[in-house]
Structures are given as C-alpha cells and as structure tokens.
Design a protein around this ligand. Structure first.
Ligand SMILES: Nc1ncnc2c1ncn2[C@@H]1O[C@H](COP(=O)(O)OP(=O)(O)OP(=O)(O)O)[C@@H](O)[C@H]1O
Length: 243
C-alpha cells in the first residue's frame, strides 16, 4: 500500500484554480520530486494535503486512512510534516529551543525533548550553532534549521518546500547530502524544488504541475525529455539562465 494517495485534489482562490484535480501516489521510502513553473500550484498542493488549507475537492489517504481536511497538527502527529519555502523559525529562541518545539510533539517532557533535539542537531550538522539565536543564522543554516524542526517531529512523510533556494553550490551539495541521509533513515520525502540538478540527483520519480494540473509523471530522465515539460517549464528555465 502506498504511504500517500492523493485523489483529485482541487483548491480554488476566488476565480483561480490553483490545484485542478491533482492525483498522485507516493510509495513508502520513495523520494518524489514535484516541479513546475512559478504559480503552477506546488505550494498550494503542499498546503492542501498537509492540513494548512482545506481542499475544495478530492481526497488524501495517509497509510490507508482518509485524512482529507484534517488540521496540520493532527496530520503532524500522524507522521506528515512539511517545511516552508519562507523559513519561519522563532527568531528569539535558540537553535536548540526551536528544534525542541518540534520534538515536544512526541516527547512532552522537556528533558526528553531536549535529548531528541540534540540528536537531530547532531544529525543535521547544526550542533555547533545550538546556542545561537535562530534569527542570527545564515540563510543556509536557517534552511537547515527548518529541516531539523521538521525532523524533530519524527515524520514518516516529510514534505520539503524549496529548501535549496538562495544557497551557494557548496551549500546546495550539503543540503543534498542531508536529504539523502534523511532518506536512508527510511523517511518518505516529497521535494518541491526549482534547482533541476537537485531534482535530478535525488528523485526516484518526478511529477510536473502546470497551471494547477499534473502534466507529466515519471523517472527524472524521462520527464526532462517530455516535450510538454520542456515547453511549460524547462524551456523557460533554460532560457532564463541564458543557456
Ligand atoms: N492565498 C492565496 N490567495 C489567492 N491566490 C493564491 C493564494 N495562494 C496561491 N494563490 C494562487 O494560486 C496559484 C498557485 O500558486 P502556488 O504558490 O501554489 O504556486 P507554486 O507552484 O508554489 O509557485 P512558486 O514556484 O512561485 O512557489 C497562483 O496563481 C497563485 O497566485
């Protein structure tokens, strides 16, 4: 049984149909890349399936259970956690305290939450910055903290929304390595990402959205050769890069 089954999810904002009957499945242990041009509906899809927005139609099944429209904190407890494109740590708390907030979900006693948070900081490479105020971190470390806060909730499905935006090539490589290691721990991952090298190197399968609809799905090497994908997305991207 797939870990996640999404059937015909639709989300409208007034006259804009941000998600128009999107269906997909994610197998346990799989890493699915979700790509598409700006405004294609990727963030809306994340928000709708992870309980931050209510869908106008369609169903979400998590590990066989219908979880459609349940609030984010309930879904998080069931094991579905998302990160945000615009990172939003508690700026005045330390890095350790920020991660403890995530860890408290499964470890209500502060000492245990702290132990869990320290383990996650070690794993994500943020241990040296544990006592820093989150607001003082570099962009790359803020992105890493966003992932660490998600990991501290001990998800089975982790949805990563543009964790590489604004990173240097060296920082991007570190983030790729971190995502690989998360995956080796058995966490299923959906990754929204514009950096194609990242999508290509990490994804088992790629789904392409355009104007709210799924226009392609398959192995990364097949999807990048799909004429509809080149026209809707890659052509524009390569053009924008001057290639
Ligand atoms: N809260 C909102 N209210 C009104 N319209 C919205 C809202 N959120 C998204 N939209 C619209 O829905 C469409 C899909 O937007 P969404 O942010 O999901 O796309 P995206 O693929 O994540 O884009 P990007 O790659 O730029 O992050 C866009 O037309 C956007 O303007």
């Amino acid at each position: 049984m797939p870990l996640l089954v999404v059937e015909g999810i639709t989300k409208r904002f007034g006259g804009v149909v941000a998600n128009d009957g999107v269906s997909l499945t994610v197998e346990k242990g799989e890493l699915l890349g979700l790509i598409g041009p700006n405004g294609a509906g990727k963030s809306t899809f994340f928000a709708t399936i992870s309980g931050f927005l209510r869908p106008d139609g369609g169903r979400v099944l998590f590990d066989g259970e219908d979880v459609t429209g349940l609030p984010a904190e309930v879904l998080c407890r069931k094991g579905m956690t998302r990160t945000f494109q615009i990172v939003r740590p508690f700026h005045d708390l330390t890095v350790l305290e920020n991660v403890m907030v995530g860890a408290l979900l499964r470890h209500p006693r502060a000492a245990e939450a702290r132990r869990k948070a320290e383990e996650v900081l070690e794993f994500t490479g943020l241990a040296p910055q544990a006592a820093f105020r989150a607001g003082n971190l570099t962009i790359a470390d803020k992105k890493r903290l966003e992932i660490a806060r998600g990991l501290a909730t001990e998800p089975r499905l982790l949805m990563l929304d543009e964790t590489m935006a604004g990173l240097t090539p060296a920082e991007t490589q570190e983030a790729i390595d971190l995502i690989r290691r998360i995956r080796e721990r058995g966490v299923t991952i959906i990754l929204v990402e514009h950096v194609m090298e990242v999508v290509m190197s990490l994804s088992d399968r790629v789904v392409v959205l355009d104007m709210g609809r799924k226009i392609a799905e398959g192995k990364p090497e097949d999807v990048v050769r799909d004429p509809a994908v080149i026209q809707a997305y890659l052509g524009e991207k390569y053009h924008a890069r001057g290639a």
